[in-house]
Design a protein around this ligand. Structure first.
Ligand code: HEM
Length: 443
């Protein structure tokens, strides 16, 4: 693996550690007013959410750029990749400095000063140039994961531009117009990174199982088509504040859930055919992929409940929305990405970090379940009191919610510890001599 790839992976893991630290601090600011005075929630929340999203995007691109070297290699020096990484890292540092200095100005999830979107956009164009230079040498009928990476990379650009349209005054003319474009693009961007992440999961399943069949054929392409439709239309269920027709929302929900059902189906097909020897050879990556599958199930269940109008009436805008967002970004995206990093740094070739990573994974999975259930409980209590009892006074509304938030914070420390151990172990393996050698992960 080239030094650029190693830096790229290291940056992703550092962002994960940063997201974890800021997340725990934000949770303490939630429950302890004295900490909230020193470190305000309004400052911690955007910093935590941005670090989490940057971890996902940086981790996803680290995988795609690494795997493309196996699928369509180019022998020359990775200048464009290096330029991307340099600019991307510099911009992210500027983002966190801005948050530290209380300089905001952006929009939900991207609350840093909007000027920083310019170097970010240039960095993305460099990444695209690096990817497409190699992509031109692809085989005539590439497997599905290549389609997914390409779709994800292109749509990230489109949704990133769309997300910044609010900077043009016309889009700010009416609140509804701005809100609609904002949430539509945020939803579609999730679809874009899911294409990169699910594409990498599929690639890993092919490599681990040695069966390219799961990335070819009608079922595989139906999965891609659903992912693409989801990316384009899932905005329907993100726009609760906008007066859209109910059927648009339900179709959007249906597509999102169908994508998850097909993902479960593909992972099950892979598990069913995998022989014991191959499973053991790549056990760490395998376990993270299966962990991701478990969270697809749980999130599907929650999404089904949230989509029932009678339930949504109580849950919308409560902690259940946060449970949905963190359940998916930690349970699904982070689990798959950690499996991908474990594969890239060849964790399974060395017993000791693999053992620690497994302990971290079990801690994170168990804590995340409590964390997620605590958020759902908090959301149900708050939703019932606000909607059914009509309580409007914030303090009175939140009083019985407080114990669930304490449980959420304690479980959050467990998530922090589990994922923190994994990220630290992966960084240590990355630093070791071994990882500097060319990847020999042949199944
Ligand atoms: C990989 C790790 C993590 C990821 C990817 C992640 C992701 C996210 C995302 C996407 C949101 C925004 C949710 C929304 O707008 O609905 C969020 C909010 C939040 N997260 Fe995390 N998170 C992570 C870990 C943690 C941990 C360990 C804690 C500690 C308890 C935590 C505490 C919070 C808090 C307090 C909020 C704000 C919730 C609110 O606004 O009501 N996060 N996180």
């Amino acid at each position: 693996m080239s030094p650029t790839h190693r830096w790229h992976i290291a940056l992703a893991l550092i962002l994960l550690l940063l997201a974890l630290v800021l997340g725990v601090l934000a949770a303490f600011a939630y429950i302890s007013p004295s900490l909230g005075d020193a470190l305000p929630f309004t400052q911690l929340r955007p910093a935590h959410v941005s670090a989490a999203l940057f971890w996902i995007i940086t981790g996803a691109t680290a995988g795609v750029l690494r795997y493309k070297d196996d699928v369509f290699p180019l022998s020359d020096r990775p200048f464009l990749h290096r330029a991307f990484l340099f600019l991307w890292t510099g911009t992210l540092i500027a983002v966190f400095i801005a948050y530290g200095l209380k300089c905001f100005g952006g929009r939900e999830y991207w609350e840093f000063p909007p000027l920083l979107a310019v170097p970010m956009l240039i960095a993305w164009l460099l990444l695209m140039a690096d990817y497409f230079r190699a992509w031109l040498r692809r085989a005539a009928a590439p497997p599905l994961y290549v389609w997914m990476w390409t779709t994800g990379i292109v749509f990230f650009l489109i949704t990133f531009i769309e997300q910044n349209l609010w900077q043009i005054p016309w889009f700010r003319d009416t609140y509804m117009r701005e809100l609609t474009v904002q949430w539509k693009s945020n939803g579609a961007m999730v679809g874009a990174w899911n294409q990169m992440i699910y594409g990498s999961a599929l690639y890993l399943m092919v490599r681990i199982g040695g069966d390219e069949g799961i990335a070819r054929g009608p079922r595989a392409f139906l999965f891609w088509f659903l992912g693409l439709s989801n990316l384009m239309f899932n905005w329907g269920h993100h726009l609760y504040n906008a007066p859209t027709a109910g059927w648009i929302r339900h179709v959007a929900y249906g597509i999102s859930m169908a994508e998850w059902i097909l993902l479960i189906n593909i992972i099950r097909g892979f598990k069913g055919k995998l022989d014991e020897h191959r499973r053991h050879k790549h056990l760490t990556t395998y376990r993270f992929l299966i962990g991701g599958e478990f969270w697809v199930f749980l999130n599907l269940f929650l999404a089904l409940l949230m989509s029932i109008p009678a339930i949504n009436r109580y849950t919308h805008g409560t902690h259940i929305t946060v449970a949905h967002a963190m359940g998916a970004t930690i349970g699904i995206n982070t689990m798959i990405l950690l499996g991908s990093v474990a594969w890239m740094v060849r964790v399974d070739e060395d017993g000791s970090p693999a053992r620690w990573i497994e302990r971290g994974r079990i801690t994170a999975m168990g804590s995340l379940l409590v964390f997620w259930l605590a958020l759902i409980t908090a959301g149900l209590i708050k939703g019932y009191r606000a909607t059914a009892l009509g309580i409007t006074d914030h303090q009175q509304l939140m009083q019985p919610v407080q114990p669930s938030l304490v449980a959420f914070t304690i479980a959050g420390i467990g998530v922090f510890a589990g994922l923190g151990v994994i990220a630290t172990c992966l960084l240590m393996v990355l630093r070791s001599e071994d990882a500097a050698h060319p990847n020999t992960n042949e199944p």
